[in-house]
Design a protein around this ligand. Structure first.
Ligand SMILES: C[S@@+](CC[C@H](N)C(=O)[O-])C[C@H]1O[C@@H](n2cnc3c(N)ncnc32)[C@H](O)[C@@H]1O
Length: 485
């Protein structure tokens, strides 16, 4: 049998204190910054309990179904029948919620269930992969203290919780924090020189992305039921959804409001945990600018521009390659006002200047683009559309409309899709269990239609001779319209 993943890393035991997870005002700044789960722990009682008595019944249903799996998970003993039970439970919840509740409410609960099940899978997998050996023995004390805290906190919120479920949540947060202490570096894994636009990676990049092996090994070893379960949690739960609900869920996911389940801290943490994400984006911007002759007027439209991170990389790539930016126009479309709001600041932080006056991001999504694409596509220029980590968030039928539209095929030179690889869509429950509550459809990433598709690269790249499976997480694809291919 292969040595478990955490044993192969040969690490010293990692100690997680109570303050590492729930800091107090006297805790050191660096520890406080890292404590990204504190908000979540406080919001746990509201989880599945958003609408008073209606969802109280639901919470009881969900908890009673998931409860027997938790002790199995923390012993790393989930077996084939358990995965089947988790899959059946999830499919039942999905059908029941959709039958009995208003669409947005139903999907909010489906999201919660997906996250709860992903926590169970993550804990089980970490134990199967030998995490116990690198978890310091005193972490048991932290688990006990945290379990008490969670139980007391639930009592104050008047939400009942079983003793061993509190213990499971405490175990989950400790396991997750051990994992993060190993893989989320304190150093800048990706850094930029604002003067030249050059991007640098630390020598430890390979180590920080090593956890992807845990997820990727599942491509080879997981049973079909387990694969279906993971696929359902991250992708398949979106089937049968209408565009308005899908887009509303996306807006909620990206909102900065107090009641959002995730904190801004967690988002920043995620960017550090996925250094392949910012690095892939800078690499894609460099390649897209590199493929342009710098002379022919070039119009780049980014759909799902978020807070403008790709626009920044584009600006840096132009600088780095010494290309005339007056010959390139950029227009972003972003449906979330809150994401868009930080564009200016983001640009300023990374480049030392405000965004170029005509590099705007409109409050609009793919659907608005489809309704009025002549507003964005220009005549007598090279029109290119880019999705930077946004295609998996888009409503799938809208993407179909995009690639099937003959006028778009006529006017657009290329579509670039930078995104996670399809397999990483569903294996993400093994490294980002909390992120299973976003409306995502990883099938979108491979959408091709009649267009000619070429994968230009994937990142990180690990030669196959050293690893049974590659760690490829994100890939840049180039789509060329049928008549131009
Ligand atoms: C992971 S973020 C990527 C942001 C940015 N492009 C980047 O590279 O960092 C995905 C973005 O897709 C946006 N999005 C969600 N639904 C969309 C839709 N229907 N049309 C366009 N963008 C959408 C989200 O609001 C979010 O800002």
């Amino acid at each position: 049998m292969a040595k478990p993943f955490f044993h192969r890393l040969g690490l010293d035991p990692v100690y997680v204190t109570f303050e590492d997870i729930l800091p107090d005002p006297s805790t050191a700044d660096r520890i406080r910054e890292r404590a990204v789960y504190k908000g979540l722990i406080h919001k746990l009682p509201q989880f599945l309990n958003v609408n008073g008595h209606v969802n109280k019944t639901i919470r009881e249903q969900v908890e009673s179904r998931l409860h027997p799996m938790r002790p199995q998970a923390w012993a790393g003993r989930l077996a084939a029948g358990d995965f089947q039970e988790l899959l059946d439970a999830f499919l039942d919840f999905k059908a029941d919620f959709r039958r009995n509740l208003e669409a947005c409410e139903a999907y909010a609960l489906i999201n919660c269930c997906a996250a709860l099940i992903a926590q169970i899978l993550f804990v089980d997998n970490c134990f199967k992969e030998g995490l116990e050996e690198v978890s310091h023995p005193e972490n048991q004390e932290t688990i006990i203290r945290l379990a008490h805290y969670i139980r007391d906190h639930y009592a104050v919120s008047q939400v009942p919780i079983r003793e061993d479920d509190a213990r499971f949540y405490a175990t989950y947060f400790v396991v997750q924090t051990v994992f993060d202490k190993i893989f989320v570096g304190d150093e800048d894994i990706v850094s930029y020189d604002p003067e030249t636009g050059q991007v640098y990676l630390t020598d430890n990049y390979d180590f920080y992305t090593a956890y992807l092996e845990v997820a990727n090994s599942k491509l080879v070893t997981a049973s079909d039921i387990e694969k279906t379960l993971c696929y359902e949690l991250t992708t398949g739960w979106g089937d049968g959804i209408d565009a308005a609900t899908w887009n509303a869920l996306n807006r909620d996911y990206y909102s900065r409001s107090e009641d959002n389940f995730f904190s801004a801290d967690y988002d920043e943490h995620l960017d550090k945990m996925l250094p392949q994400f910012p690095y892939g984006r800078a690499r894609a911007a460099g390649d897209i600018i590199g493929a342009w002759d710098g002379v022919q007027p070039f119009n780049l439209i980014e759909i799902g521009a978020g807070s403008g991170a790709f626009a920044v990389d584009l600006f840096m790539a132009l600088k780095m390659q010494g290309k005339d930016r007056t010959r390139l126009s950029y227009r972003g479309l972003e449906p979330s006002e809150e994401m868009k709001e930080v564009y200016r600041q983001n640009f300023l932080n990374r480049t030392g200047r405000s965004p170029l006056a005509d590099w705007q991001i409109d409050t609009a999504g793919l659907e608005e683009f489809l309704e009025d694409y002549n507003r964005y596509l220009l005549n007598d220029v090279t029109n290119v559309i880019v999705f930077s980590y946004a295609a998996h968030h888009c409503y799938r039928p809208s993407l179909h409309r995009l690639i099937e539209d003959p006028a778009i095929q006529e006017q657009v030179e290329k579509i670039y899709i930078l995104d996670a690889t399809l397999e990483h869509g569903w294996t993400k429950v093994y490294y980002m269990p909390l992120d299973c509550r976003s409306p995502e459809d990883f099938r979108n990433i491979t959408l091709t239609g009649d267009w000619h598709s070429q994968t230009l690269w994937h990142e990180p790249f690990k030669p196959l001779e050293h690893y049974a499976v590659s760690r490829a997480w994100c890939a840049l694809r180039q789509l060329t319209p049928p008549k131009k291919a």
